[in-house]
Design a protein around this ligand. Structure first.
Ligand code: AGP
Length: 617
């Protein structure tokens, strides 16, 4: 869960590497470092803490070179000190490596190398790679030595390596975490993610597991770990560099919150017919007939994506009447899950790189299940391991707190539920047309919600000093209560819990007093009996909180007149059908968490102890 970047080309290398690392800092920010080569001299500079520390060090004592590699770290092995920061070196200091992932057999390799006389100076698993290549280099080319070393490494890794004795060459390899190589005008680039090199090229190749790339002025040569050549067939990436920038917003998270009308529109575009109510999900990679035969669905995900999964359960069970089980990626393979050829496993992941979700998918595949993923990153590991992928078209999500990817996941799940409902004959064309038409109104409704930023800021000023918060929801709103609480926890460090409102009387009511902000999700669809019933019960729950002096923040439908009488603050939710209310209610909860985090002086885009893609189990 680190960021790697490498560059060979005519531009000043330090600037290119730092620019790339800036875009990768979301992957980890415990320390950063780079190595550049001039002539046959290699220089390494590292700094603990955020990238800005490395930048400052380079400003006061600049480095220069012709090519190089850089790294931003999220510590797994070894404390986040300067010594443990990447790049790491061999005994001569001339072989330099940056790495993302974990070398599981590093202790065994280290012991053997130490017996051969190698001296280790860090606590990391990564250093073993440099020494291993050093030991294998005599009599081999650099790619040959790396290939040999790769055969001895166990674990999950993406790495990039150079040797000052093999000028103008970078060797990169992937077995797990993502790695991309790019070809610009006379330049070669390697990175963990697209935005890091987008400023320089859109021509990219997404490396697969078990592939090695040799970058040199002559081009990019690809081969498998066992030496089979692979044609370099790059693709043109359509993201613009601006899409990966903050676009005038103070934080990526805020920009991403505001991008939701567009990302929701893009996610639905071309996938529905307003005339027939049909949903077109050809990318699902699983025929309609096969989908209709599925007896059971499992949805697997982590974190925010897991909350989307919970909403998906409500949608699919209601619209298609297929039983749905939800699992955390991190739990799935530690039980004996009842999945088989008649099960459809839906894996949801923004990044498509979450190790727990990937491991669960592999387990399900090995039991014969069909895998359909919902993912935001084209070409990600998850999409490659699935029989089909429905992409959320959110564009790059950089803020560690997931926002636009979440609401787009909900939109895709709704499309899928409609599709399955039609396939199963559970939804009429008319019902489907109604839902499609409402779905097309969501971007507009989200615009309206974004217009309530001032209300969210006012509420934030009222409650930001409290140490706890409770989010209550019922039915399909309960996952949004969980998501609202997660957003607050992760960026403001306030302890928050999402709870099914009806469960409060079974214990948590004891927490309520005048010091506890309680966010009540009380939007409803007028005329929908289930929604109205849930609403009435929710109102009683609000009264119960009020009777105990809790600070009530209600999310209520625009046409709900009396709510102000019982809530201290009200956020108005546009009127749309019940299945769409989770998308709408998620938006103000994101804004509220954002405003509270700002007031508490927290680092919104890079909260402590977290990283955007969790590529270790
Ligand atoms: C969300 O705000 C989180 N930072 C986190 O829970 C995230 O959703 C989780 O790690 C799963 O990531 P994925 O969607 O990329 O698999």
């Amino acid at each position: 869960m680190c960021g790697i970047v490498g560059y060979i080309g005519p531009k000043p290398v330090v600037g290119v590497l730092l620019g790339g690392l800036r875009k990768l800092e979301y992957r980890g920010y415990d320390s950063a470092g780079l190595a550049v080569v001039r002539g046959r001299e290699v220089s390494v500079r590292r700094a603990p803490g955020k990238l800005s520390n490395l930048v400052r060090s380079l400003e006061s004592d600049p480095l220069d070179g012709e090519y190089g590699i850089g790294h931003t770290r999220w510590a797994t092995h070894g404390r986040p000190t300067e010594e443990n920061a990447h790049p790491h070196r061999d005994c001569t200091g001339r072989i330099v490596v940056v790495h993302n992932g974990i070398i599981e057999n590093y202790l065994e390799l280290k012991a053997r190398l130490e017996r051969e006389g190698h001296r280790f100076v860090t606590e990391t698993d990564t250093e073993v790679i440099a020494h291993l290549v050093e030991s294998l280099l005599p009599g081999r080319s650099l790619p040959g030595a790396v290939r040999e070393a790769l055969g001895r490494l166990r674990g999950s890794f993406a790495l990039c390596l150079l040797s000052a004795d093999c000028p103008n060459m970078l060797v990169a390899a992937r077995s797990g975490p993502p790695l991309i190589v790019g070809m610009g005008e006379g330049e070669r680039l390697v990175a963990s993610d697209v935005p890091a090199i987008l400023e320089h090229t859109r021509t990219m190749y997404f490396m697969r597991d078990g592939e090695m790339a040799v970058l040199s002025p002559a081009g990019i040569a690809l081969e498998t770990f066992d030496g089979q050549e692979i044609p370099f067939e790059p693709r043109e990436v359509s993201w613009s560099p601006e899409m990966a920038e903050k676009g005038g917003f103070r934080h990526f998270m805020l920009k991403e919150i505001h991008e939701q009308p567009r990302s929701l529109q893009d996610t639905v575009a071309g996938r529905v017919s307003l005339e027939s109510g049909e949903v077109f999900l050809d990318e699902a990679g699983i025929s309609g007939a096969a989908l209709a035969e599925m007896e059971k669905i499992h949805i697997i995900a982590c974190g925010t994506s897991w909350h989307a999964a919970l909403v998906g359960k409500f949608l699919i069970e209601e619209m298609a009447r297929i039983p749905v089980e939800i699992d955390y990626g991190s739990e799935f393979r530690y039980r004996d899950p009842l999945v088989g050829p008649k099960s459809l496993v839906i894996a949801i992941s923004q990044s498509g790189e979450t190790a727990d979700t990937l491991a669960a998918v592999r387990e399900a595949r090995s039991r014969g299940a069909r895998i359909l993923s919902i993912c935001n990153v084209v070409g990600s590991m998850l999409s490659r391991e699935s029989h089909g992928t429905l992409y959320t078209r959110s564009g790059p999500e950089i803020g560690v707190a997931s926002t636009k990817a979440f609401t787009c996941q909900l939109a895709v799940l709704l499309l899928l539920a409609l599709h399955l409902g039609r396939l199963k004959g559970r939804l009429t064309a008319e019902e489907s047309i109604g839902m499609v038409s409402a779905l097309l109104q969501v971007p507009r409704a989200v615009e309206e919600l974004l217009g309530q930023a001032d209300t969210c800021a006012r509420i934030a000023r009222d409650i930001y000093l409290h140490d706890n918060a409770l989010y209550l929801g019922r039915g399909i709103h309960y996952p949004i209560a969980l998501e609202g609480a997660l957003k607050l926890k992760e960026i403001s460090y306030i302890h928050a819990e999402g709870y099914p409102a009806g469960e409060m009387k079974h214990g948590p009511n004891a927490l309520i007093d005048h010091n506890l902000p309680v966010v009540a999700l009380a939007a409803r669809e007028e005329g929908n009996p289930r929604s109205m019933l849930r609403y009435e019960k929710m109102r009683s729950n609000i009264e119960e909180v009020r009777a105990r002096d809790g600070i009530i923040i209600a999310l209520a439908s625009t046409g709900d007149p009396g709510i102000e009488e019982i809530a201290r603050h009200v956020i108005r939710i546009p009127e749309l059908p019940d299945p769409l209310l989770p998308i709408l209610m998620a938006v103000p909860l994101q804004m509220l968490a954002y405003e509270i985090a700002l007031l508490r002086g927290c680092d919104v885009d890079q909260p402590r102890n977290l990283a955007k893609s969790v590529t270790v189990e």
